[in-house]
Design a protein around this ligand. Structure first.
Ligand SMILES: *Cc1c(COP(=O)(O)O)cnc(C)c1O
Length: 498
């Protein structure tokens, strides 16, 4: 018995009283809606349920149990206190349609969050409504489009995106009806300015940039990029999914950006991964402020209120029900209140220090750092091209071998332009001991790879699920349960086949 499915733990007639269907309510339903057979629910006791799900949760990698250096994702520790305060009954029991008069506490938090986000970015205003990073991007590029159209400049339909960009950037530009123009990266990690100059013109709507980039370096020519784009009549979008490297150090507005989003679920205290709730708040400078999505929290003579269509007639409109992901917004607010200005700056200090420490230690251990002459931001890139060529040990093999050592794999094969890469982001919340343990594990795997490489090919061997056939897992996903009686013994059928 694999015990991965709760159905496999069931015994006919066993039940948990709290889950037992209330038969009498069935009689109140019109006959045609009452099912003729009972649903195929697992027949388990409450204790079975508790043990089953507790055991499943222990099979997972999580920040609470393992080091998780997943580049571009900022898997750091999120203080429990942020969650406790955001879970106060006054917040969780507030109805989203409650009138402003009885929502002044909630509106105060959101207004102050907008103000704090302005001060960490230099933007003129924020809207808290996007529900994820990608939706924040959608808002930002829609605002750039709306701005050009509003001025009657309707031919600006091209968005420039570096080849190192996160996949959501070109996807967003396309979703907004724009054409993507890719600008290449130079060997030193910076955007190729010469090509950029040739790409811009009267058709340029703007550029989407991550800085520090997803290559882990801060573009030395950011001011020159700004001049090229603005001189061509375009605007600059800042992908601020991860602000860990720059908090309190440099403002995207000072770099010349007109609009940006921040993933509160990466930088500001909401646990994520596995598709948890997110927030991609969007900020704008003076030029794009009128186009922000609604609602935005504004002030009245003696309190706060939602600004809507009447206040912001040029707004790109609404992106989410109500006002965004309230729980995520509140955790970010509390996190910033807990840390204060100095604490936020410390986040950047340690995020960058930890990344550079691990980068230097790995270089000493014999790893090839992709940009050895650049200082790391909150993350950096290693390439295993050499190991792949000599022994056939790939970045994926390294990632799997780390799982056997109790470490979540770094991001693999991203950015796409660096072959056999690992994007490593240690974050500021890890101790030197944990970082040293990671370096030791990496060094051990490197030695294995140098000898025969065979061990790495079998990894992982200690995890509940061993090495998967990636293609079959994607193409022939088996996730549907079929009880044994009805199909003659096969417990799981191939959903993709029917
Ligand atoms: C995570 C990330 C995104 C997308 O954020 P989602 O909330 O997953 O939509 C965009 N850009 C960068 C650089 C990211 O790291």
């Amino acid at each position: 018995m694999s015990e991965l499915l709760i159905f496999e733990r069931g015994q006919p007639g066993r039940s948990a009283s709290a889950q037992f269907p209330r038969h009498e309510s069935a009689h109140e339903l019109p006959a045609q809606f009452v099912r003729s057979e009972p649903p195929l629910l697992p027949e388990v006791s409450e204790l079975d349920v508790v043990r089953h799900y507790t055991r499943l949760s222990q099979m997972n990698f999580s920040i609470d149990t393992h080091f998780y250096p997943l580049g571009s994702c900022t898997m750091k520790y999120n203080p429990r206190g942020c969650n406790s305060f955001a879970s106060l009954p006054g917040f969780t029991q507030r109805h989203p349609l409650a009138p402003e008069s009885s929502s002044q506490g909630f509106l105060t938090c959101l207004f102050e969050l907008q103000e704090m986000l302005k001060s960490v970015t230099g933007m003129a205003a924020f809207s808290l409504t996007p529900m994820a990073g990608a939706q924040g991007e959608l808002a930002g590029v829609a605002m750039i489009r709306a701005y050009h159209v509003d001025r009657g400049d309707i031919g600006r339909t091209e968005i420039i995106v570096p080849d190192a960009a996160h996949g959501t950037n070109p996807a967003t530009a396309t979703m907004c009806g724009c054409t993507v123009k890719e600008v290449p990266t130079r060997a030193d990690g910076d955007v190729n300015l010469d090509v950029l100059r040739e790409l811009v013109g009267s058709q340029t709507a703007g550029i989407m940039l991550t800085n520090p980039s997803t290559l882990g370096v801060f573009d030395k020519n950011i001011k020159a990029i700004e001049e090229v784009i603005h001189a061509a009549g375009g605007l600059l979008y800042y992908d601020g999914a991860n602000l860990n490297a720059i908090l309190g150090k440099v403002l995207p507005a000072e770099m010349g950006f007109d609009v940006m989003h921040i993933n509160l679920h990466k930088t500001f205290a909401t646990p994520h991964g596995g598709g948890g709730p997110g927030s991609g708040v969007v900020g704008a400078g003076e030029t794009l402020k009128p186009f922000l999505p609604i609602p935005v929290v504004g002030t009245t003579a003696n309190g706060y209120r939602w600004l809507d269509e009447a206040d912001l007639p040029k707004s790109i409109g609404r992106l989410s029900a109500f006002m965004g992901n309230a729980g995520v917004l509140l955790r970010a607010y509390i996190y910033m209140r807990l840390l204060g200005r100095e604490g936020l700056e410390r986040v950047a200090d340690y995020a960058v220090l930890n990344a550079n420490y691990v980068m230097v230690q790995l270089r000493k251990a014999g790893f090839d750092i992709v940009f050895p002459d650049r200082r790391a931001s909150h993350e950096f890139l290693v390439t295993l091209k050499r190991q792949t060529k000599s022994k056939g040990v790939t970045a994926m093999d390294f990632a799997k071998a780390l799982l056997d050592r109790g470490i979540h794999a770094p991001t693999t094969y991203f950015p796409l332009l660096v072959p056999e890469c690992l994007l490593i982001e240690p974050t500021e919340t890890e101790s030197k001991q944990t970082l040293d343990h990671f370096v030791a594990a990496m060094t051990e795997i490197l030695a294995e790879a140098a000898s025969s490489g065979a061990q790495c090919k079998d990894a992982p061997v200690t995890t509940p699920v061993k090495r998967l056939d990636d293609v079959r897992a994607a193409r022939q996903l088996d996730v549907r349960y079929q009880p044994p009686e009805t199909d003659g013994g096969a417990q799981i059928v191939n959903a993709a086949a029917d």
